[in-house]
Ligand binder design. Sequence first.
Ligand code: PAF
Length: 286
Amino acid sequence: MSDTSLIRFEAVAPLRAQVAAWRAAGERVVLVPTMGALHAGHLALVARARELGRRTVASIFVNPTQFGPTEDFSRYPRDTETDLALLAEAGADAAYLPDVATMYPPGFSTRVEVDEVSQGLCGAFRPGHFSGVATVVTKLLNQVQPDIALFGEKDYQQLLVIRRAVRDLDLPVEIQGVPTLREADGLALSSRNRYLSPEERRAAPRLHAVLASIARGLAAGAEAGLLLAEGRAELEAAGFGPVQYLEVRDAETLAPVERADRPVRILAAAYLGRTRLIDNLAAVTP
Ligand code: PAF
């Protein structure tokens, strides 16, 4: 039976009071931050939260500061009532739906900038994006005050940026990554998949297939450079373009690597028509 008693909060004070009451009763609180447009990947985060703690808060806020001027902020899918029904069905205890004035009151002038892991990859193509993410997530963590916060590994660089901000700022919360959920054909679940035309949707799983093939090559001891050149050509032949990046990086620092002689991650971002897809995969050390 699904529990449909989702408590809805728009203001910080009553949400904090509820979280404090749960914690005073010895219950752990898990935050699942989202921008809505929920899909099975988000619901897997809620399911994981329920495994970890008795109380789950999901936030829904389409954060304007993490979108660039030419990005899809205004057309980003928004359907709050469907999202709330899905959260209730998945067994979340509370939804936090702040408005822009709550997150960015007039005169707001503080940004959280995370160096190193924010640079390169998506950071090179989306200037200001990770600062927007780090700022809003720091605020959400301070507002909700959870014991644990969950983030999908699909946004791998984002996960590392958030881990670094939490560590550097001594925020009292544990950050956990949750593995990417995929369609049967390998396409990583994403709110942006709904932008794909039927033809693009058929081509989209090539992104994961190319990452998996590079992972196999690295596991067999091949050099990253050749595998990446082949992978890029394969993506372009499948209709992707521009391929913004296809790279093998150290799984913790995101520094470039030549061989999988330590835990590495293969990461890619590429356009399919107007839709920008990202994905990543761990490579097994030979
Ligand atoms: O991954 C997302 O949906 C967003 O970047 C996040 C973490 C909710 C911050 O706005």
